[in-house]
Design a protein around this ligand. Structure first.
Ligand code: HEM
Ligand SMILES: *[C@@H]1O[C@H](CO)[C@@H](O)[C@H](O)[C@H]1NC(C)=O
Ligand SMILES: *[C@@H]1O[C@H](CO)[C@@H](O)[C@H](O)[C@H]1NC(C)=O
Ligand SMILES: *[C@@H]1O[C@H](CO)[C@@H](O)[C@H](O)[C@H]1NC(C)=O
Ligand SMILES: CC(=O)N[C@H]1CO[C@H](CO)[C@@H](O)[C@@H]1O
Length: 317
């Protein structure tokens, strides 16, 4: 047997084992809530029409949920007795979109009460909104259940915008995500906004980041003069479209966060070739993004009889 055959069999086994361990499937609610997708879309489409940033807000919630105790909607719990909310941790200070998740939950409780988890709503809503904003569909895996606890201290697992590429890589590795996943998932910064406070260290007058395009640097300095809470487009070219321009921006030294630009500007890093590949092929990016979203969505889900299906995403039942 050739090395190729052995590695193919190994990959197949790893895939089967990985999938059965997580117990998620795309058909999970087919009998218990057959209209799931149309109900969720029915809430999201008008909400997206009145907030162009909605897709960015929601996919970020899914990411921040999955990196802390797995994709279990722990992020959505408000402060309560025994619950020290993750929302109050610094990395979540600017997260938003919770009210729309509440509206989706209410719509689902009206049709299939007690069936669809808040963790699955985050995964499904992310995909629906990426497609609405111009991205490509992927087969969302479902069957997660909701936590009965939050882990505020666990938010230190979230990557910060001034971390080194090696630190960020380690944080992804700790979640079972590799270098390709890191580059592909960072492509979510193709839409949405960041506050000046998230990249101020790069735009100081005395010591600006040398990997920042000079004209872009000036634009950012101007926009951040009045307040470090001012908003900036994460994708300077097509701010509200889900496309591969994020990677083209990196090639032009116009990545907004330090951690964005590091993917392209860290000499010798394995990420550089992947950035170039996605910059030159939007379909390569879209395919990789869907695969990595499924991988991220598979981080330690609660399944079977673990956890619960919350009635209200903000509170334990
Ligand atoms: C690679 C490490 C990452 C770092 C360091 C990072 C950091 C950040 C920061 C600092 C902001 C702006 C927060 C603010 O100033 O208000 C942001 C926004 C955002 N992040 Fe990330 N992020 C990372 C990965 C991801 C991933 C994996 C996703 C999703 C798959 C994602 C999706 C988003 C989106 C869509 C926004 C804009 C949200 C909005 O407009 O409200 N990020 N990120
Ligand atoms: C699903 O929605 C369609 C219309 O959107 C409706 O005709 C149908 O009765 C619904 N099915 C269930 C099981 O609720
Ligand atoms: C949280 O964000 C708000 C508004 O964006 C800002 O005024 C406040 O200073 C931030 N708080 C912390 C602790 O970062
Ligand atoms: C990287 O992580 C180490 C260990 O957590 C930390 O001490 C260091 O400050 C981090 N460096 C950067 C640049 O983020
Ligand atoms: C969305 C949210 O709940 N943000 C909170 C994050 O934490 C800060 C304090 O650290 C709060 O002020 C925010 O309300």
């Amino acid at each position: 047997m050739s090395l190729f055959h052995i590695s193919t069999i190994f990959l197949a086994l790893a895939t089967i084992f990985g999938a059965s361990r997580a117990q998620l499937s795309s058909t999970f609610y087919d009998t218990t809530c057959p209209n799931l997708t149309s109900i969720v879309s029915g809430v999201l489409e008008p909400a997206r029409n009145s907030d162009v940033r909605l897709g960015a807000k929601i996919i970020r919630l899914h990411f921040h949920d999955c990196f802390v105790n797995g994709c279990d909607a722990s992020l959505l719990l408000d402060d309560a007795t025994g619950i020290d909310s993750e929302k109050n941790a610094i990395p979540n200070n600017s997260t938003d979109g919770y009210a729309v998740i509440d509206n989706v939950k209410t719509a689902l409780e009206n049709v299939c009460p007690g069936v669809v988890s808040c963790a699955d709503i985050l995964a499904l809503a992310s995909e629906i909104l990426v497609v609405l904003d111009g991205g490509q569909s992927w087969e969302v895996q479902l069957g997660r259940r909701d936590s009965t606890t939050a882990n505020r201290a666990g938010t230190s697992a979230l990557p910060g915008p001034a971390e080194s590429l090696s630190n960020i890589t380690q944080k992804f590795t700790a979640q079972g995500l590799d270098t390709t996943d890191l580059v592909a998932l960072s492509g979510a910064h193709t839409f949405g906004r960041a506050r000046c406070v998230s990249f101020n260290q790069r735009i100081t007058a005395s010591n600006p980041d040398p990997t920042l395009d000079a004209t872009y640097l000036q634009t950012l300095q101007q926009n951040c003069q009045s307040s470090d809470q001012n908003l900036n487009n994460l994708d300077v070219t097509t701010p509200d479209v889900f496309d591969n321009n994020y990677y083209v921006n990196l090639q032009n030294n116009r990545g907004l966060l330090q951690t964005d630009q590091e993917l392209f500007s860290t000499s010798g890093a394995a990420t550089v070739a992947i950035v170039n590949q996605y910059a030159s092929s939007q379909s390569a990016f879209f395919n990789a993004f869907g695969a990595s979203m499924i991988k991220m969505g598979n981080i330690s889900p609660l399944t079977g009889t673990s956890g619960q299906i919350r009635t209200n995403c903000r509170r334990v039942n």
